[in-house]
Design a protein around this ligand. Structure first.
Ligand code: SF4
Length: 242
């Protein structure tokens, strides 16, 4: 049984793209996650149009107050992923016209800056997200922005042979947080991302430049906020005592 498990684990951890170059920073080459070859994973075939969750008025999924759509299905299987329960493409509820209309209505609130696509793997949920993003552009132009998290790196998405639907989605997105979550590169001081290999990229600028361009308002913390509060509190208490 133990040996069977071991063999199964080895199989899961097989690096499909061993030896392939142009993958971007911090992509595990062995033992940490699945690494798809260009075009190997195709959302048009893999997506079951399932949604794990939809939340309004979130402040942790990008800049400003946002609404967040969590799609189901992610084959990267990063060790330490916070959303492992929605790796399954069949998890959750089927996307519907009713949900799409609600998403559009919710975006009308003036205090909502935009929408965020997370997962799961949004780049493999293109049958849902490309039409939704197009409708958002039709209804709001660029008054509302679109953020998206992906396990792919920018370089992987740009590889020759990657599926066209990913590029269609990318062209509708403003900000992309790219790369797998790598537990050994975890850093809680990073803004909107969990590990140091991940980047916050300005998509229109990156497409224009032909290379990844980091978001101009990137602002990682230099130390834990709680430490600042403790220090200030201690200083305050000291001042009162004296
Ligand atoms: S890419 Fe994201 S959702 Fe997918 S396994 Fe990794 S951390 Fe989880």
């Amino acid at each position: 049984m133990g040996e069977f498990r071991k063999a199964e684990d080895e199989q899961k951890r097989h690096d499909f793209a061993e030896g392939e170059s142009g993958r971007g920073p911090g992509v595990p080459s062995r033992g940490l996650a699945n690494d798809p070859r260009a075009g190997q994973w195709d959302g048009r075939r893999m997506s079951k149009r399932m949604i794990a969750d939809y939340k309004t008025f979130i402040v942790t999924d990008g800049e400003g107050v946002r609404n967040s759509l969590y799609v189901s299905g992610c084959p990267f299987h990063c060790s330490g992923c916070f959303n492992a329960s929605i790796w399954d493409f069949q998890a959750g509820h089927e996307y519907s016209q009713r949900l799409e209309d609600r998403i559009i209505d919710d975006l009308r609130a003036p205090w909502v800056q935009g929408i965020t696509f997370l997962g799961g793997e949004p780049m493999l949920a293109t049958p849902v997200l490309v039409p939704l993003a197009r409708r958002i552009r039709r209804e709001f132009g660029h008054d509302k922005d679109i953020w998206c998290w992906t396990g792919y790196t920018w370089e992987e998405l740009m590889r020759e042979g990657e599926t066209h639907d990913k590029h269609e989605l990318l062209e509708l997105i403003d900000i992309l947080v790219d790369g797998r979550y790598l537990k050994d590169q975890h850093d809680s001081l990073l803004q909107f991302r969990g590990s140091r290999n991940q980047r916050i990229l300005d998509v229109p600028r990156s497409l224009a430049a032909g290379e990844p361009v980091v978001w101009a308002r990137l602002h990682d913390q230099e130390r834990q906020v709680s430490e600042i509060y403790l220090k200030d509190r201690d200083a305050g208490e000291g001042a009162q005592a004296s």
